[in-house]
Design a protein around this ligand. Structure first.
Ligand SMILES: Cc1ncc(C[n+]2csc(CCO)c2C)c(N)n1
Length: 229
């Protein structure tokens, strides 16, 4: 019987394997550890939440750009689904999470963007503007897929989902099946795009985009930890 050749690793797994230090600095950041055991100062989480609202509004623009960059109606509709999920579901969830933390919607909307928020969101948008759909989805991937991994890891740690942990709602949201499914769909999108847009010669440039996005995610946690503006 002829041997079946092993299938190549999925693009996202190759990117993580190519940037182990940057990936670990993001998904294992002290902010995440502080949410797991509940020791993260609540002021840090509030600062993060406000900035994350502003982050998501720019992130919606990145999905709008993915509609524009779509090569056919299927890709355009897929990106439209992502955009609607953020505008119609995610932003509302965020507003109610903020309200629960004593942050009224108008205060959140009018907050000034921190430099880390600007750096990350504009990096993703600029990468998508100058590149193609694969460049854009690689820039988005640490964000969409990383949070699912963080949620899964956190939920396995003792205490992370205890009633006494102030961050349990955040962990439950990202560890939950609906968000895990969003992340799986993002992996599939990457693999589908890679199947017809990826050449080996492109990989180093895609890895650079991935690494930068991971570093900017770690800086985003750091901004929350230090209350940086
Ligand atoms: C800094 C930061 N990084 C990643 C996410 C996770 N995330 C990014 S887009 C989106 C909506 C669904 O695609 C979610 C949940 C976040 N919220 N904030």
């Amino acid at each position: 019987m002829a041997a079946v050749p092993p299938s190549p690793p999925a693009l996202f797994d190759r990117l993580v394997a190519g940037a182990p230090t940057d990936w670990a600095a993001y998904v294992e950041h002290a902010f995440v550890g502080g949410m797991a055991d509940g020791t993260l100062p609540q002021a840090c989480f509030r600062h993060y939440l406000v900035q994350d609202y502003l982050f998501l509004s720019h992130f919606a623009r990145a999905y709008a750009l993915a509609i524009y960059k779509g090569r056919d109606l299927r890709e355009m509709r897929a990106a439209l689904g992502g955009l609607k999920a953020i505008l119609d579901v995610e932003m509302d969830l965020h507003v109610s999470l903020c309200a629960g933390w004593g942050l009224p919607a108008d205060e959140v909307e009018q907050a000034a963007e921190a430099k880390a928020t600007m750096a990350y969101t504009r990096y993703v948008l600029e990468t998508g503007l100058r590149g193609d759909l694969l460049d854009l989805h690689v820039a988005l991937s640490p964000c969409v897929i990383g949070y699912a991994e963080i949620g899964r890891r956190l939920s396995a740690l003792p205490g992370a989902l205890d009633a006494a942990n102030p961050y349990r709602a955040w962990t439950a949201e990202y560890a939950g099946e609906p968000y895990q499914a969003v992340a799986r769909a993002a992996r599939d999108t990457l693999d589908r795009l890679a199947a017809d847009m990826m050449t080996e010669a492109r990989f180093p440039r895609l890895l650079t985009i991935f690494r930068q996005a991971c570093r900017l995610e770690a800086d985003f946690w750091q901004m929350g930890m230090t209350l940086a503006e």
